[in-house]
Design a binder for this molecule. Structure first.
Ligand code: FES
Length: 84
């Protein structure tokens, strides 16, 4: 199921679906699965994802969602750092 929330305050679209095949960046035809794979391979910055996948390089509506994936990824390492 595709769940898109329109934030009228800052004119962005946020995709709240959790389907690995869902499109995150409609402008550049990039799916969640591709973003997560890139992050897992070590491309864990917004600029790196922009360079590699072209996400958030057109209208920018997907940037908040891409940042959510990055924050989610980095939060895992923060928890591991505290555990050591
Ligand atoms: S939806 Fe990603 S740049 Fe437009």
């Amino acid at each position: 199921m595709l769940i898109i929330i329109v934030n009228i305050a800052n004119n962005t679209l946020v995709n709240h679906s959790r389907n690995p095949l869902m499109y995150v960046c409609i402008c550049n035809d990039v799916k969640e699965k591709q973003i997560k794979a890139a992050i897992a391979s070590g491309i864990d910055t917004l600029d790196g994802l922009k360079d590699t996948l072209d996400v958030a390089t057109c209208c920018g509506c997907c940037e908040p969602m891409v940042n959510d994936y990055l924050e989610e990824h980095h939060a895992k390492f923060d928890v591991l750092a505290y555990a050591v």
